[in-house]
Design a protein. Structure first.
Length: 303
């Protein structure tokens, strides 16, 4: 049966470094900006679906002999590579470190805008634990259009399976501690009935990135705080999760994942009462990141 393809080659490479979601480990380049003496610094991208528009960039930094860099914030520059010898500086930003709720891991995030498709460069400047200023860079591909629904797009009215179909939650999710409020509504129903929703696509037990379990726990905490204002939905990635029995080759992807054309997992989408995607998060997003987006888009009152 068909199994979801989640950029396996990039995933296997990065998991050994940061346990990042769909990461790419790329050696630092020498063109944007010029390298410091530490030429082996690695930028591990935690997002893959980049297109024209404003995106949440998420990445880790690996310093040889030191490991992951976890400063509070770093300088981030983006460049359009009209040619490698003449990169065009587009933005100078601050990327903040987002500590994950488990272990001693995390990623840097910043909202970056790409105004055209093609090759782009990311340049970072940061201070190492021993006080040195280091620089590194990498190249990314920006597409004309995202694979998954983008901010401003109409959400697809998927008919994901709910507890109206079965009372056995283990038929709806691979979460070892299923949370029944996540399975009360289909995406179609929230759109039809004009309800704001938070939709999580993830497979807690079979997540190849190792971040789906922590993500669903974060969403449970958000539900506890904001369930009166937002409908929370979890869509399992695979059909018949109870039948997989540890062998992912027996799995097939649910229709909702196909509807939304998701290239990776986990994903979180915020959909307003008009059925419009107002924010999206590829890879693990922290409680505070999602809460801030809920507040900024008037899903919650900001308590």
């Amino acid at each position: 049966m068909k199994v979801i393809k989640i950029y396996l080659s990039c995933l296997l490479l990065s998991m050994a470094l940061l346990n990042l979601s769909c990461s790419q480990e790329i050696n630092s380049k020498t063109n944007i900006p010029k390298e410091s003496s530490s030429a082996k610094t690695r930028i591990a991208l935690a997002v893959s679906d980049l297109s024209i528009g404003t995106h949440r960039l998420a990445f880790g930094i690996i310093e040889p002999g030191i490991g992951p860099i976890k400063n509070d914030e770093i300088k981030l520059e983006t460049f359009f590579l009209q040619d490698e010898n003449n990169p065009l500086l587009k933005e100078t930003l601050v990327a903040e470190f987002q500590k994950w709720p488990v272990g001693n891991k995390g990623v840097y995030t910043s909202m970056a805008t790409f105004d055209r498709a093609g090759k782009w460069g990311i340049g970072i400047t940061y201070e190492t634990p021993n006080g040195l200023i280091e620089r590194a860079s990498t190249v990314i591909d920006v597409a004309e259009k995202s694979l998954a629904p983008f901010v401003g797009d109409k959400a697809y009215p998927s008919r994901n399976i709910t507890n109206a179909i079965t009372n056995n939650l283990y038929e709806l999710t691979t979460d070892p501690t299923p949370y029944s409020p996540f399975y009360e509504y289909s995406i179609e129903k929230t759109i039809t009935e004009r309800m704001s929703s938070l939709i999580l696509f993830a497979s807690p037990a079979f997540c190849t990135t190792g971040t789906c379990g922590p993500q669903i726990d974060i969403i449970k905490n958000l539900h506890s705080d904001f369930s009166k204002e937002v409908v929370f939905i979890h869509v399992e990635i695979y059909e018949n999760p109870a039948d997989i029995t540890g062998d992912i080759s027996n799995a097939s992807v649910v229709q909702a994942v196909k509807d939304w054309n998701l290239p990776s997992e986990p994903w979180v989408f915020l959909v307003d009462e008009d059925g419009i995607v107002r924010q999206r998060f590829e890879g693990l997003a922290t409680y505070q990141e999602i809460k801030s987006a809920l507040t900024q888009n008037n899903f919650i009152t900001g308590k």
